[in-house]
Design a protein around this ligand. Structure first.
Ligand code: PDD
Length: 279
């Protein structure tokens, strides 16, 4: 697969970064995952705005202009033979001459990498486990430091599940790499943006859609773990998974009655509207 790396084009097999790159040494960088459906980037403006916010939050200067990024994305998408694909890009604080916690000056330019991979279809509903949220206090920054997220996801997989739902002080934050929504008493509830969650682009686009089309009442407030267990419907969102129904939480089925074990009626309705946005 094609890779853009610091001004050059190469391939995933041959691309090489410096061992002194601060992304490699410190996880000192930020990233985005931008989906393209049928060859068209989806939510591009929102993703680029979030990239700018992440860069600003950690004090890295914008490495490229919007046209430069666009040219990179066009070339990446031309180089992949899949209907749906995800651009991965990351910007690190570059590779100074020696390892030092202190930030280098502007003589060191940011490290920029972008590549692309196919998005596969997701099969069936998600089974999730709940875990204490072991992350830092700036989850709003899309940092490449994902150790707690990868540990949580791994724990879910080792228990035969698909995703971990992170809980802080009895409140549901989000998934390891997804936002979480619940349908409770006919309202769509999801955690508010702020330092404790990533402001997911799928989350934001879905909320805009739901409000514009008045599909269901929205409540951006934290869900307690006990309310989550009693919710009528639960689903996850992310750029690569759209709306992903949750069918089981810690071994217990979500919802009751007819739709137990598969996507509930509100989730299905929202998903239909969301799919229409994409094409
Ligand atoms: N993850 N929360 C976290 C912690 C995430 O890592 C992600 C995305 C989301 C959903 O955000 P969005 O709708 O913008 O994709 C929420 C990406 C896909 C990843 O790390 O691969």
């Amino acid at each position: 697969r094609p890779v853009y790396l610091n001004g050059e084009w190469c391939d995933t097999d041959t691309a090489r970064v410096s061992v002194l790159d601060r992304g490699y040494l410190f996880g000192d960088g930020v990233y985005e995952v931008i989906p393209a459906f049928a060859g068209r980037l989806f939510g591009l403006d929102e993703h680029m705005a979030r990239l700018s916010r992440s860069l600003e939050a950690i004090g890295i200067a914008e490495p490229l202009g919007r046209d430069d990024w666009q040219a990179i994305f066009d070339r990446l998408l031309a180089g992949i033979d899949a209907p749906d694909a995800a651009i991965y890009l990351q910007v690190t604080r570059g590779a100074p001459e020696k390892r030092d916690h202190a930030w280098p000056g502007d003589e060191v330019s940011p490290g920029v990498m972008a590549t692309v991979s196919p998005i596969g279809a997701i099969a069936g509903g998600a089974r999730v486990i709940t875990l204490p949220d072991a992350r830092w206090a700036r989850c709003d920054i899309k940092s490449i430091n994902l150790l707690p997220n990868t540990m949580a996801r791994q724990q879910a997989l080792e228990q035969g599940c698909d995703e971990a739902v992170l809980v802080r002080d009895g409140l549901v934050m989000e998934g390891a790499a997804t936002n979480l929504f619940a349908v409770i008493n006919g309202r769509l509830v999801t955690a508010p943006t702020g330092p404790r969650i990533l402001a997911g682009i799928t989350r934001g686009l879905l909320l805009d859609l739901v409000r514009d089309e008045r599909l269901v009442e929205v409540d951006e407030s934290f869900i307690t773990i006990s309310a989550l267990r009693e919710a009528d419907e639960v689903f996850l969102t992310s750029s690569t998974k759209d709306l992903w129904p949750v069918v089981e939480i810690d071994g217990q089925p979500v919802g009751s009655g007819a739709h137990s074990g598969r996507a509930g009626p509100v989730t299905r309705q929202l998903d239909q509207h969301f799919q229409a946005l994409k094409h």
